[in-house]
Design a protein around this ligand. Structure first.
Ligand SMILES: Cc1ncc(C[n+]2csc(CCOP(=O)(O)OP(=O)(O)O)c2C)c(N)n1
Ligand code: SF4
Ligand SMILES: [Mg+2]
Length: 421
């Protein structure tokens, strides 16, 4: 059956064309999986950053998140499991003029690739690492990973996880990362802002994104679907810029502290190497045929080009927003007469038919009580946005605690303790 929609035409005019490979759509991710919205945030951040897309490379390892490299319309490498960081390191050393981003899963980055992670952070390698943390090896059937919370069920911990999980921001911080932040896949705007910030700075920048794996982690732990997960994040996320990373560990279905935890300036691996070599060799020291001042001058010129592109991108976005607002205002308002026939229709139904919609309406409310919740949460969410907007861009702010939403009852308490059949 034809949907009447020209898919090829839609892909061509999609706002994501130019940042995502539309010819590769539809993607493989499950409904409700957090990876899609994270890629969207990443693409938006790249657009806003002013970075020349030809000077950006995205590296992924293997896994559901590892597929990101195949969908972004930049130079990209889908590497072997756990090896995204060494490949990114090699690329950065060979092409210091490129912005290198690693986008991978927590299993890939901190399980099999854990040793690479700690040493790249220790060296302050100039790369941005975005880690989709869904607490499971999604692609291979939902095994336990280094971040699976205690008690959570996975295919390899059917009676609940008994291991001690990694607190990833603490790991990155302790190893020497110069930028550390955490968000959830619900925090789209904060995520765009945070990725843009990481792209604009130097050094090892680590962004953890707590994300739902609907098919394996959520289903196995009986935690509902993707919407339930977003609702849970809204209830449990606490915004705390500058939080002590020792205090941001995640327990099963407990609070999630989000924000920018660390931002420190220190020489990158290449800057430290330059400094040492100049001390030993003198000012004639060259890397790839260029002295340090020559490379610094090139970097400065590129920074100016980025700033100009960024200003143009922001002006374009602003103009598009204004155009949208004008269109909205100009759109013909539905008059009461036009709306009336639709509204009047149910009145003609029989008493039995009248009773039916009521029954149907009651069903979703019983399922998740979702109907009433969003309205109450819009108000609860507002202060968080305000607080983020005020947060200093350069330094992690002093500890200010803002609840994104009041913590209510856990989503589905004790469900995880049930033994699966
Ligand atoms: C050397 C090697 N070991 C194991 C695998 C199997 N494998 C593929 S993806 C994956 C898990 C990926 O998990 P994660 O990085 O968390 O990504 P997700 O799928 O959850 O996004 C594993 C174990 C592999 N491809 N190569
Ligand atoms: S298996 Fe999990 S992580 Fe993989 S696409 Fe599906 S929901 Fe996402
Ligand atoms: Mg994972």
């Amino acid at each position: 059956m034809s949907t009447g929609m020209d898919i090829a035409e839609y892909k061509k005019h999609s706002p994501m064309a130019g940042t995502l490979r539309m010819d590769r759509m539809a993607h493989i991710w499950c409904p409700g999986c957090g990876i899609g919205s994270e890629v969207n945030a990443f693409a938006e951040a790249v657009k806003r950053s002013g970075i020349d897309p030809d000077k950006l490379a995205v590296i992924s390892g293997i896994g559901c998140t590892g597929r990101v490299a195949g969908y972004v319309d930049f130079d990209s490498l889908h590497t072997t499991h756990g090896r995204a960081i060494p490949v990114a390191t090699g690329l950065k050393l060979a092409r210091p003029d490129m912005k290198v981003v690693v986008f991978s899963g927590e299993g890939d980055l901190t399980g099999i690739g854990g040793n690479h992670f700690i040493h790249a952070a220790r060296r302050n390698m100039d790369i941005v690492v975005i880690c989709n943390n869904n607490f499971t090896y999604g692609m291979t059937g939902g095994q336990v990973t280094p971040t699976t919370p205690g008690g959570a069920i996975s295919s390899t911990t059917p009676f609940g996880n008994h291991e001690y999980p990694f607190n990833l921001p603490l790991l990155a911080d302790a190893c020497g990362a110069s930028y550390v932040a955490r968000w959830t896949s619900m925090h789209s705007r904060n995520l765009v802002q945070s990725i843009e910030e990481a792209l604009s700075r130097k050094g090892f920048s680590f962004i953890e994104i707590i994300s739902p794996c609907t098919t394996l982690y959520l289903r196995r732990n009986r935690l509902g679907d993707g919407v339930d997960a977003l609702q849970f994040y809204q209830e449990k996320a606490i915004l705390k810029h500058g939080a002590d990373t020792r205090e941001v560990a995640i327990d099963f279905q407990d609070k999630i502290i989000v924000g920018k935890f660390i931002e420190r300036d220190k020489p990158t691996y290449i800057e430290a190497l330059d400094k040492r070599c100049v001390q030993v060799v003198g000012d004639d020291y060259q890397l790839y045929g260029k002295t340090v001042p020559e490379r610094e001058a090139e970097e400065k010129a590129e920074k100016e080009r980025i700033a100009a592109r960024r200003a143009a991108a922001l002006a374009e976005a602003e103009a598009a927003e204004k155009k949208g607002a004008v269109k909205k205002a100009a759109a013909p308002k539905k008059t009461a007469a036009k709306v009336a026939p639709k509204m009047a229709a149910p009145a003609k139904k029989t008493a039995a038919a009248k009773a039916a919609p009521k029954k149907a309406a009651a069903k979703p409310a019983v399922k998740k009580a979702a109907a009433q919740k969003p309205a109450a949460k819009v108000a609860a969410k507002a202060p968080a946005k305000k607080a983020v907007a005020k947060a200093p861009v350069k330094k992690a702010a002093p500890k200010a605690t803002v609840k994104v939403a009041p913590a209510k009852t856990p989503m589905k308490p004790a469900a995880a303790k049930k033994t699966r059949k």
